[in-house]
Design a binder for this molecule. Structure first.
Ligand SMILES: [Fe+2]
Length: 306
């Protein structure tokens, strides 16, 4: 069975490109690359041409996730694997692939209607070392673990969603089962892995947007501290206070971005382990913060494939 190897890139839609450019460069520390179409810009996290494609389309949500396979043979094998399981796949044109700066890509949807792209051959630019948008002590951790991890809002039912991402070669399980006052059943959260990173994909929390958060990992603990200070100075809304996750052992905090979903900034942590275990709370910290209405997610978005 062929497997995806990493979360390679993501496309996001935003209401204000100007706000996002400022946020990405000055708060997150990402490198801006001007887009090749009106209302578009690219965000670099490492030496790839980009990891995030930002389109000013007014949606303030995730547009698509790009998962990598190793090469052209795995790409064709993945197509067969998906089609044999009854998943509709559209092979992108040369122009489609060029636009994403990859050699080849295919487009499909996950069971919740979230657009997924599978690609191989990202445009890597070692001649253009990552240049952060503001001072950093170190760099982002990418490499074999991909750009980071993301939590989605699953709406199709866990069995279908799990089966779909299993088909992409991921595996995982419930890492958290915890009681929430007022809810009849404990809430569970699901985490799936496709490489050494503890998890690449998670779901389990209700939400009105396709995406709950994107986690980017620093290689220096001091960058978590520096970013936290910049967040405080700029009065950016915190989503979850600093703390340590019980599942991946990562020290992190969360902030609300200009689109109303969250960015997590982490350091440390352990690699994926392939036996299941669950937790009923984090190691320490990570208190959810009441989000001010101005920053909160407003309207539900249809998950119709696009
Ligand atoms: Fe996370």
């Amino acid at each position: 069975m062929v497997q995806v190897t990493e979360l390679g890139y993501m496309g996001i839609g935003v209401k204000s490109l100007a706000d996002w450019k400022r946020f990405a460069a000055d708060i997150m520390g990402l490198e801006l690359v001007e887009g090749d179409a009106p209302g578009r810009c690219y965000l670099r996290v490492d030496n790839w041409h980009h990891r995030i494609i930002v389109d000013e389309d007014g949606t303030d949500d995730l547009n698509y996730l790009g998962f990598r396979v190793a090469g052209s043979e795995e790409f064709r094998e993945m197509q067969r694997q998906l089609e044999n399981a009854g998943v509709k796949v559209q092979i992108g044109t040369y122009e489609d692939a060029n636009q994403r700066h990859v050699l080849e890509l295919m487009k499909l949807s996950d069971p919740s209607g979230i657009p997924i792209e599978i690609f191989h051959g990202p445009h890597s630019q070692p001649n253009k070392p990552f240049h952060p948008g503001r001072r950093m002590h170190g760099r982002f951790v990418t490499g074999d673990g991909g750009m980071g991890h993301t939590m989605l809002t699953e709406t199709a039912g866990w069995e279908k969603t799990y089966a779909f991402y299993r088909l992409l070669g991921m595996r995982g399980g419930v890492d958290y089962r915890f009681a929430i006052p007022g809810l009849p059943k404990p809430v569970e959260a699901m985490f799936m892995s496709c490489n050494s990173r503890d998890h690449t994909l998670a779901w389990g929390f209700p939400g009105v947007k396709r995406i709950n958060h994107l986690m980017l990992q620093y290689d220096q603990f001091d960058d978590v501290g520096l970013t936290y200070e910049i967040v405080q100075q700029n009065k950016i809304q915190l989503g979850i206070t600093p703390g340590k996750h019980a599942n991946d052992g990562m020290y992190s905090f969360y902030i609300v971005n200009p689109s109303g979903w969250q960015n997590e900034f982490g350091w440390g942590g352990r690699e994926a382990n392939f036996q299941s275990e669950y937790h009923d709370r984090d190691t320490y910290g990570h208190e959810p913060v009441k989000i001010e209405p101005a920053n909160a997610s407003d309207k539900p978005r249809s998950n119709a494939a696009e």
